[in-house]
Design a protein around this ligand. Structure first.
Ligand SMILES: Nc1nc2c(ncn2[C@@H]2O[C@H](COP(=O)(O)OP(=O)(O)OP(=O)(O)O)[C@@H](O)[C@H]2O)c(=O)[nH]1
Ligand SMILES: [Zn+2]
Length: 326
């Protein structure tokens, strides 16, 4: 997979097009896997056709490299958007695995943002809380996730490493069942065990990453690219590992759309006095009636909308409204 100078692009006849899957991308080039498993570096043709991992593409060969001629229609595209740019994670996902841990303590704001972006694309999310060996941090984090269990999010405990020699991994089998036959994007802040998980489920992941780095010839930078891994030889189950991120921008979401994208808020919609209720200050608001008092701790039997969740809604609403003023 060496990279000789790129030959001038030749438009290819449709008969030369071959289907492929984008399994890694970096900058303007990507790695495309064909049905027979062969992988080759491809360059997108034209400026507009930005490809992302998970894209099904039609490509044509040119010497030992190729060019992506067409991107098939996407089932979904998971992305975030801040003031400056839109950053795509991956396309055509069956689900997202949001990995958090007992330690470092997770940010509920980041979690809520990722869930909203996923909801906007209709992609189910599994929240996995790792490091169940760390007590009392684990129980505390598990309790903080109560509002999410309550609103129907799948929340699973996990232990990838044992703190003591006496305990062993736990929850891996249950997780494997959820992943089986699906394409799952793994998201998570730094330090939660993302690489431990990928290496546990894809034993040859490290070698593959090295191979991809060499192929894309971008040295150290390729560690920040997104990679598609098959966990099985029959290529039915895939994990997509993505680089960490600082902020999850939701600038692509309209503020008036927010409540619809938060299942606990959504369940309370429909009975507000004003049809264009923002649920922030209006009288006769059916959402505000359902908001827990700030001093109530989250629990599995708490009122429909937790105080933290409502606060996150209010902050996001203000943030997204602000963006639209200029
Ligand atoms: N106690 C405990 N530690 C764990 C568990 N799983 C992973 N770790 C440890 O957590 C630390 C972070 O794990 P990584 O897999 O490197 O985390 P990461 O999410 O890839 O983090 P970055 O490399 O910063 O992106 C490592 O020291 C792991 O050994 C667990 O279940 N329990
Ligand atoms: Zn309302």
């Amino acid at each position: 997979m060496s990279r000789p100078a790129k030959p001038p692009a030749q438009p290819a006849a449709a008969s030369h097009l071959k289907p492929g899957l984008v399994v890694a991308s970096f900058g303007r080039h990507c790695l495309v896997e064909s049905a027979d498993g062969e992988r080759r570096i491809c360059h997108p043709r034209g400026k507009k056709s930005q490809v992302v991992v998970g894209d099904r593409v039609q490509w044509s060969a040119s010497t030992d490299e190729g060019s992506v001629e067409r991107v098939d229609e996407r089932r979904n595209l998971f992305y975030r958007q801040d003031e400056l740019r839109t950053k795509s994670f991956a396309a055509n996902l069956d689900q997202i695995l949001m990995l958090v841990a007992a330690d470092p303590e997770f940010s509920e704001r980041q979690l809520a943002r990722a869930l909203i972006a996923a909801e906007a694309q209709n992609i189910p999310v599994i929240v996995v809380l790792n490091k169940s060996d760390l007590q009392p941090a684990f129980d505390r984090s598990w309790a903080r996730l109560a509002p999410y269990r309550h609103m129907g999010v799948d929340v699973m405990p996990l232990r990838l490493k044992a703190a003591t020699a006496a305990s062993s991994e736990a929850g891996v089998e249950d997780l494997l069942q959820k992943l089986n036959g699906k394409s799952t994007l793994i998201l998570g802040p730094s330090g939660v065990g993302k690489s431990t998980l990928v290496n546990r489920l894809v034993p040859h992941a490290a070698a593959l990453t090295g191979e991809i780095s060499r192929a894309l010839n971008s040295g150290k930078h390729t560690t920040t690219s997104t990679t598609w891994y098959w966990t099985d030889d029959s290529k039915q189950t895939a994990l997509i590992d993505s680089p960490g991120f600082q902020e999850f921008g939701l600038n692509h979401i309209e503020p008036m759309q927010l409540a619809q994208l938060m299942p606990d808020m959504r369940a309370a919609l429909g009975n507000c006095r004003f049809y264009n209720c923002t649920h922030l200050h209006e009288p006769g608001c059916s959402v505000r009636d359902q908001v827990a008092k700030a001093d109530e701790p989250p629990s599995d039997t708490a009122p429909a909308i937790g105080a933290n969740r409502y606060q996150i809604y209010g902050e996001l609403f203000a943030e997204l409204s602000d963006k639209r003023r200029y």
